[in-house]
Design a binder for this molecule. Structure first.
Ligand code: GLN
Length: 494
């Protein structure tokens, strides 16, 4: 076998994308297949198999999603300090495999235990694979954003297929098979990575000092593995009591900020200014996800009750449209958007990342105004146009593409190497808050009166979407206004 490449050789790749990006693409694609597959199954499984009332199922769903993203913070920290990204990926994948098979063994009885394995597993996996993408590039390489764009497409290929397939297997074939599929697919993801592992050279190896005695190194590593298993009962307790989720969310964010401040004391002023800029991006992303994640909540109900079951004359399931349209648009346009940035950059006209974020919010706002406009197309039963609804997703997707892959890329550009995992974890922690807030916003928009007509519900939702649209436009404007300041904080990072 040929010698593994060194960092310089990896980063000196020719062409638009490094070959390792395609391996990470495949690995992450299968992980997201499971994540979005599970996401699509959770509420349905809880409502129809665990016989949970809908309100509780929604809360439970929000709690699980918030925990999944919140644990990425810890996964990032342990990768930075002890495991390195590669071992974190292995360990995360292994936990997810166990999680899938545990639930498959007895779906009703072992559901929550399996979910806990998935929460911890995703925590170790998700932030660290994203950080590895960033490490394929030299500082200042203009191709980095295009790379994240392609990686983001992989995420959505997985999201699309998993979202479509798994709930269908569960509903029409067997829930056991659907949960077992998580285990099987994560095995594929893991093999895909293990097979190509050597091509990553030193990227993602243990951050522990090379002089550290082997016994100590093993102790730290095994301590992490055993510790992460030991917290399963605690997570179980918190996930099954959604009141604890609130408490958890109040505590975890401030704690991470304190921890970051502690880390920041050892960095130079220039590095800390960049971290400050990263925090501004993270802060705004909470709002983005809080609005965007209406998709799994209020927009699902909107799709269920208020959309005409046809698209351009073809009969459709309106919930499938709501679940899949966004992923399909990302698949179709993410590489294009990445290449547009590259094209602009070659001409010195690429907008900086703060402005891209601002644009992301403007697209989001425009999309929500389009959701609002569906009221004008409604009949007296409150049933409105699926075409207009889908068009809103089309517009929002461009917002997502201006913000989400760029945010991943930024975290890798703005963080010192030693805390890249932590910062990526914080980026996803913002998604945890977004998910959490999305549930609260959705609940606030829904009708109090259980006997409300479809038309009344439509009026309430479209009013709410109009408000969200306005807030998104304000956030976009604010970002564009503060762009010069944030740009200065970012220094040479674009
Ligand atoms: N859709 C993206 C993913 O699944 C972004 C998720 C997020 O950050 N909330 O990776």
């Amino acid at each position: 076998m040929s010698e593994p490449l060194n960092l310089q050789q990896i980063r000196d790749f020719k062409g638009t994308y490094p070959k390792q990006l395609f391996y990470l693409f495949g690995t992450e694609m299968w992980e997201r297949f499971c994540f979005y597959g599970l996401r699509g199954m959770l509420v349905v499984f809880m409502a129809t198999e665990l016989m949970m009332p809908e309100k509780q199922a929604n809360l439970q769903y929000g709690a699980i999603q918030a925990f999944v993203y919140a644990f990425t913070f810890l996964g990032g920290v342990f990768a930075d300090k002890i495991l390195g990204f590669q071992k974190s990926l292995f360990w995360g994948a292994l936990l997810m495999i166990v999680g899938g098979f545990v639930i498959a063994a007895a779906p009703k009885e072992l559901f929550y235990i399996g979910i806990c394995f998935n929460i911890i597993g995703t925590g170790f996996f998700k932030p660290n694979i994203s950080t590895m993408v960033g490490q394929l590039y030299h500082e200042g390489d203009a191709r980095r954003d295009a790379g994240f764009g392609l990686f983001y497409m992989g995420i959505n290929v997985g999201a699309f297929l998993g979202g479509l397939l798994m709930v269908w297997v569960g509903k029409s074939y067997s829930w056991r098979a659907a949960f077992a599929l998580v285990g099987v697919v994560m095995i594929i993801s893991l093999i895909n990575f293990a097979w190509r592992r050597r091509t990553f050279g030193p990227i993602g190896l243990s951050p522990l000092h090379p002089d550290l005695p082997a016994a100590k190194r093993k102790m730290y590593e095994w301590g992490t593995y055993i510790g992460s298993l030991a917290v399963v009962p605690l997570i179980l307790l918190m996930v099954t009591n959604t009141a604890y989720t609130d408490l958890f969310m109040y505590i975890v964010g401030p704690l991470t900020l304190v921890y970051l401040a502690w880390e920041m004391r050892t960095f130079s002023r220039a590095e800390n200014l960049k971290l400050g800029a990263a925090l501004i991006f993270i802060f705004f992303s909470i709002f983005f996800w809080a609005f965007f994640e209406q998709s799994g909540g209020s927009l699902s109900l909107f799709a269920l009750n208020n959309l005409h079951p046809s698209l351009f004359g073809f009969p459709v399931d309106t919930n499938s449209v709501n679940n899949a349209a966004n992923s399909l648009f990302v698949i179709a346009f993410s590489a294009v958007v990445g290449l547009v940035w590259l094209w602009l950059s070659k001409r010195g006209k690429e907008p900086n990342s703060v402005v891209k974020f601002g644009l992301g919010f403007l697209f989001l706002g425009a999309g929500f105004y389009i959701f609002k406009s569906t009221l004008g197309y409604a009949d007296e039963n409150g049933v409105t146009s699926t075409e207009v609804f889908t068009f809103a997703w089309f517009v929002i997707t461009f917002g997502e593409l201006c913000l989400s892959p760029i945010g991943l890329s930024l975290m890798t550009k703005l963080s010192p190497l030693r805390i890249q995992g932590l910062m990526m974890g914080m980026w996803f922690l913002a998604s945890a808050y977004g998910q959490y807030a999305a549930g609260l916003l959705g609940a606030g928009m829904s009708a109090e009166d259980p006997g409300a007509s479809n038309y009344e519900k439509l009026v309430l939702y479209t009013d709410g979407y109009g408000e969200l649209g306005l807030y998104a436009l304000i956030a976009g404007g604010a970002l564009i206004l503060i762009a010069p300041l944030v740009r200065r904080m970012m220094q040479e990072v674009r």
